[in-house]
Write a new protein. Sequence first.
Length: 268
Amino acid sequence: MRRLFPVTDQTPAAAESREWSLAELAEAYAYPDLQHDASPEGRSWLRANMVSSLDGAAQHDGRSEPISSAADMRIFGTLRALADVVVVGAETVRAEGYRPARAREAFAARREAAGQGPAPAIAVVSASLELDFSAPLFTQPLVPTLLLTGAAAPPERVREAERAGAEVIVAGDGTGVEPLRAVRALAERGLTRQLTEGGPRLLGQLVAAGVLDELCLTVSPMLTAGNAQRIAGGPASAVPERFALDSILEEDGFLFTRYRRIGEPAPA
């Protein structure tokens, strides 16, 4: 990272221009301290990490990689390294060829001090469970992959998922997943530092349900035109929800923004 523009009285001209280390990025993106919250289900913090072009596209040719950058991937890796669990939609798993999260030596000591395992779990949201259970996401994870689904999920797919070593979590009474129940189910398992990487349909559901605490949005200096999805799709919120800007990082014209839902505690 070349510049960090925190939301203070400091002007961009006064911000330091240099490469940020992974340790400094980890501090800049640290989760808030939620240990004071003694609610029965455990307080969690759900952040999203998404990328968008200047004209609002979240993808190009069905994938996010063409509008990303090396710096964006460093942020991507840092956010994963801080999380207990990465929540992702089944469509994104299929389109992006998702693999298990890996252990990273640069974050090992920090994760150990926080009581975390070597890598975050991947939690896939899927109503149908139509997934390739022979893929590395299920055959090679450091920690078992989780599947969030509804009570009406096909029983044969549930059995196949469990035979593959996945843990199936029911977080809805019908065919789909209820966002609040999913967030709470993960928190009950001690997975309170939550990160979602979309895709757009899943993020739209989380936004509409009012469970998103933070958005880390990369603004890519590209124009794509076309009819690509926005970062969030699906049903609209009853009332637009206001978020507060916490910080901006910049590199090569890419802006790495961090927004927090108003009323939530400031990050540590």
